[in-house]
Design a protein around this ligand. Structure first.
Ligand SMILES: Cc1cc2nc3c(=O)[nH]c(=O)nc-3n(C[C@H](O)[C@H](O)[C@H](O)COP(=O)(O)OP(=O)(O)OC[C@H]3O[C@@H](n4cnc5c(N)ncnc54)[C@H](O)[C@@H]3O)c2cc1C
Length: 386
């Protein structure tokens, strides 16, 4: 079987793989993305699309920095994807609030405000009256909350379609097959004459066995989300990555009873332009099982109806579940792997949509030998090796 030769082979067509593929193709690299399923068919396509770096109560350090940079890049990134694809992604700066429905939670939330402000999170406290003025759909007993105007949302189904189209137009080839094995081609290097200006001459080659075809690549990017620890020959140190299931429900509301994203201590609701409301979400250890369960639905609907009682009349449009790629310290892994030419881009857990624009640039700059916009060392896989 002849092997196809490419500069970069990306394993996984979720938002992370597609975003870095587009970035590298725009820098003139030949890029192929392998995925046995539909691009965006896993976690990325079912995510709520909350782009909310400021409302995380516990975010700190390198995690917060990645989220804030991701949030800052989103407006330009969304505009670029829309322009390149000719498709709308429904990026809307709708604002968001973390809402207290009990005095105890109000007290707790309030105590977070100065800490969050000191960390550079742009948040302020809103009284019950002020919150209900913004969001009349909240229940009468609401106790106040933290709100921020700059938080945004994106429709992840539309986004993934547009991102794949933008990547294709930049030259990325998507191939519908899984990566079964990665290895180093013994003695094989990129030689002169293999592409004008090829920066990889003299570098070793990696071989990737797909379901049907074989590929030779200078760079292999492992971006298989929750499955990133399961590609033979692409070593991922333990504890690595594991799936945490998230279930969600979409309700048809005609006119949504909310205008911004609302979180309680139990769940969240996100309005959409078509009048639907996305209600999420569970965080469960269920292995690779993507079932929607009775208990999952009950907890999501209880939390959503407690937050916005009028949702109780809305018909259920859709239910689904996705597997978030979770690492032990909640930070993604970005950067060099232990094989020459192997790169990691996985483990974004609950913020893979928010952070995609910055993660893709960090990885692309590392591969191209440029300057990443953030110090990449906190995201290195080496933290699991020491
Ligand atoms: C219910 C829910 C709500 C969420 N809400 C938000 C949110 O509001 N905001 C936010 O920022 N994040 C959110 N997330 C998290 C976000 O979805 C993830 O962090 C992100 O999608 C991870 O992207 P990914 O590309 O790494 O993984 P995925 O989207 O899971 O993509 C991985 C891809 O790899 C492919 N693959 C697997 N094995 C192989 C193989 N051997 N060869 C080739 N391909 C392979 C899979 O088929 C898949 O397409 C949510 C997640 C869930 C489940």
């Amino acid at each position: 079987v002849t092997a196809h030769k490419v500069d970069v082979l990306v394993i996984g067509a979720g938002i992370q793989g597609c975003a870095v593929a587009r970035e590298l193709a725009r820098h003139g690299r030949t890029v192929v993305v392998l995925d046995p399923g539909e691009p965006g068919g896993e976690s990325s396509g079912v995510a709520a699309g909350i782009l909310g770096p400021h409302l995380d109560l516990t975010a700190d350090g390198a995690f917060l920095e990645l989220c804030l940079h991701g949030g800052d890049r989103w407006p330009d990134w969304a505009a670029a994807i829309e322009e390149e694809s000719g498709m709308a992604v429904e990026y809307v700066r709708c604002g968001a609030a973390r809402v207290a429905l009990s005095d105890a939670y109000a007290h707790e939330l309030r105590s977070h405000v100065p800490i969050m402000q000191a960390r550079g999170q742009n948040v302020g406290w809103f009284s019950a009256e002020a919150l209900r003025e913004r969001e009349p759909g909240l229940p009468e007993g609401v106790k106040g909350g933290i709100a921020v105007e700059s938080e945004a949302r994106v429709d992840t189904v539309r986004l993934m379609r547009a991102l794949v189209t933008a990547a294709r137009r930049a030259g990325v080839r998507f191939v519908r097959e899984g990566a079964r094995q990665v290895d180093v081609l013994p003695g094989a290097h990129w030689g002169p004459g293999e592409g004008e200006g090829n920066p990889f001459i003299g570098a070793p080659r990696l071989r990737i066995h797909g379901d049907l075809e074989r590929w030779e690549a200078r760079h292999v990017i492992l971006a298989a989300g929750a499955w990133s620890g399961a590609v033979p020959g692409a070593p991922v140190p333990t504890p690595g990555v594991r799936p945490l299931r998230g279930q969600a429900v979409v309700l048809d509301c005609g006119l949504p009873p909310i205008r911004s994203i609302l979180f309680s201590h139990r769940g969240y609701v996100v309005p959409r332009d078509d009048g639907s409301v996305y209600c999420g979400s569970t965080v469960e250890r269920a292995g690779f099982d993507r079932s929607v369960t009775a208990a999952g639905l009950r907890s999501i609907l209880d939390a959503s109806l407690e937050l916005v009682p009028a949702l109780g009349n809305a018909p259920v449009r859709e239910t689904f579940a996705g597997l978030r790629p979770h690492t032990e310290d909640f930070l993604p892994v970005l950067g060099r792997g232990s094989l020459p030419g192997l790169w990691h881009q996985w483990g974004h857990f609950r913020v893979g949509i928010l952070t995609a624009p910055v993660s893709a640039v960090i990885l692309a700059e590392l591969i191209l030998g440029g300057r990443p916009p953030l110090d990449p060392s906190p995201y290195s896989v080496n933290r699991f090796l020491s």
